[in-house]
Design a protein around this ligand. Structure first.
Ligand SMILES: *Cc1c(COP(=O)(O)O)cnc(C)c1O
Length: 374
């Protein structure tokens, strides 16, 4: 018998768990992990390379543990979107290797054994995986119809479960559902714990939709996480961040690894943020491709939902696994999340979106859409 991890003296609470597992396949049209499918513009890439080259001159030294320049850059970037209202300061910013690490640090500081985190599936699968990894009990609560969370729903779930942390995701992955500010305020008022809003897709929201960042003044236990992995086309660089009261940042400092953010990452991120408008130039185009997917999937007879992100969850797929494989056979990869009769697809370039829609037309001819309740 082959030796497996089950034969090791692994923590009991990790036995039988599965790692995060979006398949990494080399496929022509990759629409499965909500990346920005547009590459970094060449002139921006050159500036990033130059900044990394300069950082290499002192890479024999440990990096700035407080990534001061990056925090200043992130502050400027966020303040640019806040219309002068409730401006942030660098003391309120914190970054790590992807927002996943930011969320892990939050759970290390505010969760852990004997503590719990409330979430609302279907939501980002890493939220419960990070809870498991930090020994924090994951409490799943029900959403409303169409995947929404009303103020009454969030308040009732908090009253019932008394969690130490509440994880909200707006717009929600994998459904795209907007998260009303009233729901965040209701959650905050209903708990003495931490309320964390994952805004990984904030840049894809309608231009006039306010961010949870506008709620930070006067709310010391509210945390808003963001990432450069999606709209910013920087997934491979691994940069995520949060904004909160400076006391929250002090708490995170107790659990972070020293020098967790490499000098090369810091240099690359600061350079990319210098070119924020160019890095975000494709966002409007991506939103158009997303809306095109919604319109055409509906015309084919699939069920779609309101989405404020760069992806579309669609229902009515008779056999999601067979449909996933049929798309893969046409060099298109989407996401099968195990939601019955549903698949998720990320908006791509115009050409990728066309390739997906043409492949889907063939799939729907082979397995006609079915009715789904939601
Ligand atoms: C993609 C995604 C992230 C991003 O994680 P990174 O570690 O920053 O790449 C975070 N939250 C949600 C909801 C996501 O979908």
């Amino acid at each position: 018998m082959a030796f497996t991890l089950e034969d090791l003296p692994i923590r009991d609470d990790l036995r039988g768990q599965s790692p995060y597992g979006a398949p990494q396949k080399h496929v022509r049209v990759q629409l499965n992990v909500n990346e920005n499918t547009h590459p970094v513009p060449a002139e921006v890439a050159e500036d990033i390379v130059e900044s990394v080259r300069q950082a290499l001159a002192t890479v024999n030294r440990y990096p700035d543990r407080e990534f001061t320049e990056l925090r200043r850059s992130l502050t400027d970037y966020l303040n640019g979107g806040l219309d002068g209202a409730a401006l942030l300061t660098p003391e309120q910013l914190w970054a790590a290797n992807g927002s996943n690490e930011v969320l892990q640090q939050l759970l290390q500081a505010f969760g852990g054994p004997g503590r719990s985190v409330l979430g609302f599936p279907p939501t980002y699968s890493m939220h419960s995986i990070l809870a498991a990894g930090t020994g924090t009990r994951w409490i799943p609560a029900e959403r409303d119809a169409e995947f929404g969370i009303s103020p009454a729903t969030v308040t009732a779930a908090i009253a019932e479960h008394q969690p130490d942390i509440v994880f909200l995701c707006g717009p929600n992955n994998p459904t795209g559902t907007p998260l009303p500010l009233e729901t965040i305020v209701a959650a905050y008022d209903a708990t003495d714990g931490i309320v964390m809003v994952d805004e990984a897709y904030a840049e894809f929201m309608p231009d006039d939709a306010p961010s949870a960042l506008t709620l930070l003044p006067g709310r010391e236990r509210l945390v808003v996480s963001r990432t450069m992995s999606k709209a910013f086309a920087f997934a491979g660089a691994r940069v995520g961040y949060l904004a909160a009261h400076p006391a929250v940042i002090d708490a995170v400092r107790l659990v972070r690894l020293p020098y967790h953010l490499s000098a090369l990452t810091q240099a690359a991120a600061v350079a990319a943020l210098r070119h924020a408008p160019a890095m975000l130039a494709m966002v409007d185009d991506i939103k158009q491709q997303r809306d095109r997917m919604v319109t055409e999937l509906r015309a084919m007879g699939y069920r779609t939902y309101e989405t404020w992100s760069n992806f579309v969850l669609f229902g009515g797929v008779a056999d999601p696994h067979a449909a996933f494989e049929a798309l893969l056979g046409q060099d298109v990869i989407v996401r099968d999340l195990g939601i019955p009769n549903h698949l998720r697809v990320s908006a791509g370039t115009a050409e990728e979106t066309t390739a997906f829609l043409e492949a889907m037309r063939r799939v729907s001819a082979a397995q006609p859409p079915v009715r789904v309740e939601a």
